[in-house]
Design a protein around this ligand. Structure first.
Ligand code: SF4
Length: 72
């Protein structure tokens, strides 16, 4: 079994969690928050460019559950 890859993108104590293995590349995230999700960017997710509630609302709409979030 291969280990699942998980990437983290931080905004203070808030983290966007992305599992590339689950991503369907449907682009819902890019359409919702184009300033945050830039498929060609490095890193491709810049959570500091949106509000936390805005990020949470958009993450809830990811159709594949590739996106989630953590707050510590
Ligand atoms: S919305 Fe979710 S499944 Fe679609 S591209 Fe973004 S991370 Fe991938």
């Amino acid at each position: 079994m291969t280990k699942e890859i998980v990437k983290y993108y931080s905004k203070g104590d808030f983290k966007v969690v992305w599992k590339p293995g689950l991503c369907e590349h449907a682009g819902e995230c890019v359409r919702a928050l184009p300033e945050v999700y830039k498929p060609k960017g490095k890193p491709w997710i810049s959570p500091e460019l949106a509000g936390i509630q805005e990020l949470k609302d958009q993450i809830a709409k990811c159709p594949s559950a590739a996106l989630s979030w953590k707050q510590e």
